[in-house]
Design a protein around this ligand. Structure first.
Ligand SMILES: [Zn+2]
Length: 481
């Protein structure tokens, strides 16, 4: 009797400690400094008429390069794409328009649609105090559109999205995805009714889509059903604590748009169990265990090419699921030393961000306090299977996109995105397929839930003038990016 009451007391104390801890933690994004107003000299334009002369175009649809062409831009849109001559011969002289407001000589250069990063966060202290830092690194790496999942809190993101759209700040185009409950003051989203109420509120308050976890089935069903009715998109990180009841195929059957990261795929393909066979001392909140053990899934699944593997991909294709793998963000796991010593850290990674990456039991993604050869080998094996899954999905016509999730695990904003492109090539994608994923596929994934045609993501007359110019051939070497 006495013993029972002591145990009860202990349980109550623990519950108290947990809620106090949650109240204490202030999300870093709430202290993020908005970007400063665009200063004189921060870019050029806008121009009434701008011409990019003599370029080779990779249009983003998967088509081979064409050119040389002149791309005529009027205001914010591509007005025309015209032949500028014949490959191997001098450009044809006296090409219209004769007196544009501004000209870019892109002779011998490559023009592509601006890249779409479907998985970003803008950070916040202690990592990077200011939003200007990721914005400019994204742009400098060719990322002109980001899907924040979330970029930061809802109010902040709605404001920054509008400021970016009106050209008041130097930042990519922002799409605002938020977690259920974000920005809402009407309590927990823990019933189907609350889930629907939140989604209705979100649709009225500047939210473009939902960032979900592996929630309870009845709540996921309500969130996804309401989101679909109201034209909101959805993407889910189907984390380990919920994946046993909400893996990727179950979520897709409920209407999930995008599976982000790898979580949920292999849990849908388990061979002998319905859960991953965790070690008996596994504690999910120990990030070394969490990130070290998840890779051990690689040989607990129906193997590549098996009937179950094929059926899994086929069903996702029928359901229209997008795979947004973010391979880059876990890539330090297969070769920690490489990412820790990446050449760009010295010049571009803020000291405070570098500190955040350093081994720590507290900082998210800094689980290096015990990282072994076993862990790296398991991750390498994991990547082989994961890449096969992505490439097989692409081969049957499934949509694969690009996302980075930088700001953790030695992946610095912008640079991490280019690594994602290289990893897709490693997975078996031709660079033209890589760019299709990075541009058109990303734009389709953003626009489709709204029932709208794409506005960017392809270099085509009529679409927004959202392009990147590269001075070398990126098909020959993605590193030129
Ligand atoms: Zn993320």
């Amino acid at each position: 009797m006495r013993k029972t009451s002591r145990i009860r007391l202990l349980a109550i104390l623990l519950a108290g400690a947990i809620s106090a801890g949650q109240a204490f933690a202030q999300a870093p994004e709430e202290r993020l400094v908005p970007a400063p107003k665009r200063a004189a000299g921060d870019g050029l334009g806008p121009f009434k008429t701008l011409v990019i002369r003599g370029a080779i175009v990779i249009d983003g649809t998967g088509a081979p390069p064409v050119g040389p062409v002149d791309i005529v831009v009027e205001g914010n849109r591509i007005a025309a794409i015209r032949s500028a001559g014949t490959p191997g011969l001098p450009l044809r002289p006296n090409r219209p328009p004769e007196k544009p407001d501004y000209e870019i000589d892109a002779t011998g250069m490559y023009v592509l649609p601006g890249f779409v990063d479907l998985h970003v966060h803008a950070g916040g202290p202690p990592k990077n105090p200011e939003a200007e830092y990721p914005y400019k690194l994204w742009l400098a790496n060719g990322v002109t559109t980001v899907r924040g999942v979330s970029l930061a809190g809802n109010e902040f993101t709605v404001r920054e999205k509008a400021r970016s759209a009106s050209n008041e700040i130097v930042a990519p185009r922002i799409w605002n995805y938020q977690r259920p409950g974000s920005g809402w003051d009407q309590g927990q989203v823990d019933t189907p009714e609350a889930a629907r109420a939140y989604v209705r509120w979100a649709a009225q308050n500047g939210v473009d889509g939902l960032k979900l976890g592996a929630g309870r089935p009845e709540i996921m069903a309500a969130l996804l059903d309401e989101a679909k009715k109201l034209g909101l998109g959805s993407t889910a990180h189907l984390g380990q604590t919920g994946v046993a009841q909400m893996n990727a195929i179950k979520a897709a059957r409920l209407g999930l748009g995008t599976v982000t990261h790898f979580y949920g795929h292999f849990e849908s393909l388990l061979k002998d169990h319905v859960v991953q066979t965790w070690p008996v001392d596994q504690i999910n909140d120990d990030e070394y265990m969490r990130f070290g053990q998840v890779s051990r899934l690689w040989n607990q699944i129906h193997p590549p090419g098996s009937p179950e593997w094929k059926a899994y991909l086929e069903e996702h294709k029928q359901l229209g699921t997008t795979f947004d793998p973010t391979m880059t963000i876990y890539s330090a796991g297969r070769d920690l030393m490489r990412m820790r010593n990446a050449e760009w850290h010295a010049t571009y990674t803020l000291p405070s961000l570098m500190d955040f990456y350093a081994p720590s039991r507290v900082n998210h993604g800094a689980y290096w306090y015990y990282w072994t050869t076993w862990d790296e080998v398991a991750w390498r094996n994991y990547y082989i299977r994961w890449m096969q899954l992505l490439n097989d999905y692409k081969k049957i016509g499934g949509r694969v996109t690009t996302g980075s999730d930088s700001g953790f695990i030695y992946q610095t904003y912008g640079f991490g995105y280019t690594i994602e492109l290289e990893m897709l090539q490693e997975a078996g994608f031709h660079p033209l397929e890589v760019f299709q994923s990075a541009t058109m596929n990303g734009a389709l994934t953003l626009h489709e839930p709204k029932g709208q045609p794409i506005e960017f993501g392809v270099v085509r007359a009529g679409l927004l003038a959202d392009m990147v110019i590269v001075d070398q051939n990126p098909l020959e070497n993605l590193k030129v990016l």
